[in-house]
Write a protein that binds this ligand. Structure first.
Ligand SMILES: [Fe+2]
Ligand SMILES: [Fe+2]
Length: 236
């Protein structure tokens, strides 16, 4: 089996097992997601993924990593009308009833902080090829073809778009955060998948790339399930 097919199998397993995908969305979970994911996107794209770029020896790949980070945290002219993704998520947060000040003041959950520490270990002092798998493996589930049913047909954010729309009665244009990601994340995750296709064999890192994919998605599972748990907690 090719290294890409093996990574696809790992992503598929993540799509099938993670509780966040299998359990229904609630208003509490959605609001907690907006609060945490805005922070998470900023941390990953202004800190963690740039460490991978700094370690990357292939110039074109390095530039593509920085471009993707820039769309997430500075400005996305291709899919986001010149706004960064975290800002678009902030607007969605306001639409589902969060106050702007509450969003700006949000702190990471303990589970989120634990994930940042884990990703630091999996991204900062690693070979860049393992790092680029870490950068892109979760964006991969936004590309249709993994999991089953609606998830397989529309990708993760395709599913979120539909269920956030139903839960909060939002129009299509109000759900642009999810909409833009299908396209943006095909490009973003292709950067990782292509690098592995091109370099894993000559670097003898096929097993390492698959293992990186597995480990990083376990962290993502912890991150999302942490949000679910906090979103269900009535004390919050
Ligand atoms: Fe994004
Ligand atoms: Fe992305």
């Amino acid at each position: 089996m090719s290294v890409i097919a093996r990574m696809d199998r790992v992503v598929n397993d993540f799509a099938l097992r993670c509780r966040w995908f299998r359990e229904p969305l609630s208003k509490g979970r959605a609001r907690m997601f907006a609060l945490q994911h805005r922070l998470n996107t900023r941390q990953r794209n202004s800190v963690l993924k740039l460490k991978v770029a700094a370690n990357c020896t292939d110039w074109d790949t390095r530039m593509r990593i920085i471009e993707a980070c820039s769309e997430e945290v500075i400005a996305d002219h291709a899919h986001g009308g010149g706004r960064p993704h975290w800002k678009i998520l902030e607007e969605l947060g306001v639409r589902i009833g969060l106050k702007r000040a509450e969003i700006e003041k949000a702190r990471p959950l303990a589970s989120t902080e634990l994930c940042w520490a884990a990703w630091e270990g999996l991204m900062a002092n690693r070979h860049w090829l393992e790092g680029i798998v870490a950068n892109t493996c979760a964006e991969r589930v936004n590309v249709p073809g993994y999991g089953k049913g609606e998830f397989r047909k529309r990708g993760w954010f395709g599913v979120e778009r539909a269920r956030w729309g139903r839960l909060f009665d939002l129009r299509d244009d109000e759900l642009e955060f999810f909409e833009l990601h299908t396209e943006a994340d095909i490009e973003h995750s292709n950067t990782g998948w292509r690098a592995v296709e091109k370099f894993a064999r000559e670097l003898r890192m096929e097993d390492a790339a698959v293992a990186a994919c597995e480990r990083n998605l376990h962290v993502w599972e912890h991150y999302l399930n942490g949000i679910a748990e906090a979103g269900d907690d009535k004390r919050r």
